[in-house]
Design a protein around this ligand. Structure first.
Ligand code: ATP
Ligand code: PRP
Ligand code: NIO
Length: 484
């Protein structure tokens, strides 16, 4: 899955534009695109950036195979053969900057910046958005669940209900980045080194003459980490007593029953009762796992009811981001080569939030030196020195430009890392554990009001005066042109 041929994993309109640029001789012109989203998912206060690892593999392996070229030739008989020849030697030769996976990110700021030949910058839009949008969405959903679960163990159980294999495997990774502890997906475990965990299905119990027999047989043969599903017939009348009997047997041979799993009914009530029964039977170390369409809301509710659940198995709601199944990340042209000079470009819209911000931009996270906490994100042009040199910067809210304040005692952390420079990968992909640690560090930079699940405080993304002046002047230019 890491070295797939994905050159044709793009929308046809990209190929159309590549062809048209090639025909006009503009395909080698430089262009700068930025990927960002406008609205946070799930009413959350932040999103968790993910998808970079897959994007790096995609860009590094981006070649048109002979079959791809053959297919294109069959699709468009009238293609100039020179275009297909161009594709034969195609490689990504541009420069990409990106947020690091695990970073907390916000609306309106560039998450990925692509500087490349028009033809290649256009080709990669679809795949970059596809990877970034899905994985960032799942990491964000997982992070919400993690905020509620606290120190409890979180297991990712979504594969069977995911939107196909890639979503399951990369979704498991996205969940792990945001703090899940393990996945049930063995391929994700193998590919990424994520710890794997599993109990057993109802079918195991059903395939025996009795529940007790099924538990005993399972416990005898499984080498360790025996977890028994106790709701096949009747949780408290049958499942838990039978599990206790198996637990006692395991204790008698020096082993330990690891957990029981509840998968239906009133999980609060059942967990409280099951806990009592296990404790009274001398099995206080046996953990209680719960599953059944859980998400951050049900987990919060169950905790409020005093549920005695140690481990949460979360599938469908997480892997499908059921309450908001897509992140609307977009990829916009911000600068283009006009006769050898890079010029800003803007996309105008009747909806002010949809007007793009022209020019190639950097993103800094501004940290208050006194509290050590993030104050705002700051977007400016690469040639603006102030954040790098610690000079006073004016924080200006683009939606409400009358709201401004000047700050001096800050540290500015550049958020966009160089990933590829002129086609060469310069970024060493971190191991997954380092990404998880980075995510935790990121969370620590924010006051709790930005992190809470419900009605969070809005974290400000500010633009420099220069960026704002350019945007205003370009908007005015286009508005004037439209004047009647
Ligand atoms: N005490 C509780 N408070 C709030 N929600 C709960 C509580 N107990 C269970 N739930 C949730 O309520 C929903 C119950 O779903 P549903 O009615 O489909 O399950 P069920 O009938 O118990 O089991 P089955 O999966 O066998 O149909 C699940 O999302 C579950 O996580
Ligand atoms: O509810 P989710 O959050 O998606 O978690 C995964 C669900 O998948 C399994 O059910 P399923 O009925 O598919 O299989 P089973 O027979 O093993 O219960 C498991 O028992 C969970 O209920
Ligand atoms: O291990 C489990 O209990 C499990 C795995 C996948 C889906 N549901 C449950």
């Amino acid at each position: 899955m890491l070295t797939e041929d994905l050159a044709l994993h793009t929308d046809k309109y990209q190929i159309n534009m590549m062809y048209a640029h090639w025909h006009l001789g503009t395909h080698e012109r430089k262009a700068v695109f930025e990927a960002y989203f406008r609205k946070l998912p799930f009413g959350n206060g932040y999103a968790v950036f993910a998808g970079l690892e897959r994007i790096v593999h995609y860009i590094s392996n981006l070649r048109f195979t002979e079959e791809d070229i053959q297919y294109l030739a069959e699709q468009e008989e009238n293609y100039d053969l020179g275009f297909l020849e161009e594709l034969r030697t195609f490689q990504f030769r541009g420069t990409i900057h990106s947020m690091k996976e695990g970073a907390l990110v916000f609306p309106g700021e560039p998450l990925i910046r692509v500087e490349a030949r028009m033809m290649e910058a256009q080709l990669v839009e679809t795949a970059i958005l596809n990877f970034m949008n899905f994985q960032t969405l799942i990491s964000t959903k997982a992070s919400r669940i993690k905020q509620i679960a606290g120190q409890d163990m979180l297991l990712e159980f979504g594969t069977r209900r995911a939107q196909e294999a890639d979503a399951a495997v990369w979704g498991a990774r996205a969940a792990y980045i945001a703090g899940f502890h393990a996945t049930s997906n063995m391929l994700a475990g193998k590919k990424f080194g994520i710890p794997t965990k599993g109990t057993h299905a109802h079918s195991w119990v059903q395939s025996f003459e009795s529940e007790q027999e099924s538990f005993d047989a399972y416990a005898k043969v499984l080498p360790d980490q025996v977890s028994l599903l106790v709701d096949t017939f009747d949780t408290l009348e049958s499942g838990v007593p039978h599990a206790i009997q198996t637990g006692k047997y395991l204790a008698s041979i020096g082993k330990e029953l690891a957990a029981i799993r509840l998968d239906s009914g009133d999980l609060a009530y059942l967990s409280i009762e099951a806990r009592k029964m296990l404790d009274e039977a001398g099995l206080p170390n046996v953990k209680i796992v719960a599953s059944n369409d859980l998400d951050e809301n049900t987990i919060l509710n169950l905790k409020a009811q005093g549920a005695r659940i140690d481990t949460w198995g979360v599938g469908t709601q997480l892997i499908t981001a059921a309450d908001q199944p897509s992140l609307g990340g977009v990829y916009k042209l911000v600068e283009r080569d006009v006769d050898g000079e890079m010029k800003p470009t803007i996309k105008i819209s009747g909806n002010p939030e949809k007007v793009s911000t022209p020019g190639k931009k950097d993103v800094y996270r501004i940290i208050d030196r006194t509290s050590g906490k993030a104050l705002a994100d700051y977007i400016c042009f690469p040639d603006e020195e102030q954040p790098r040199e610690g000079g006073p910067i004016k924080l200006l809210n683009p939606q409400h430009s009358y709201l401004q304040k000047t700050i001096r005692n800050y540290e500015a952390i550049p958020m966009l890392e160089p990933i590829f420079v002129d086609g060469i990968q310069v970024y060493v992909l971190p191991v997954l554990e380092a990404i998880r640690d980075y995510h935790k560090e990121q969370l620590n930079l924010f006051w709790p009001q930005y992190l809470r699940k419900m009605n969070p405080e809005i974290f400000r993304v500010n633009i420099s005066e220069k960026v704002w002046d350019l945007k205003k002047s370009m908007m005015a230019e286009y508005m004037q042109e439209e004047d009647i």
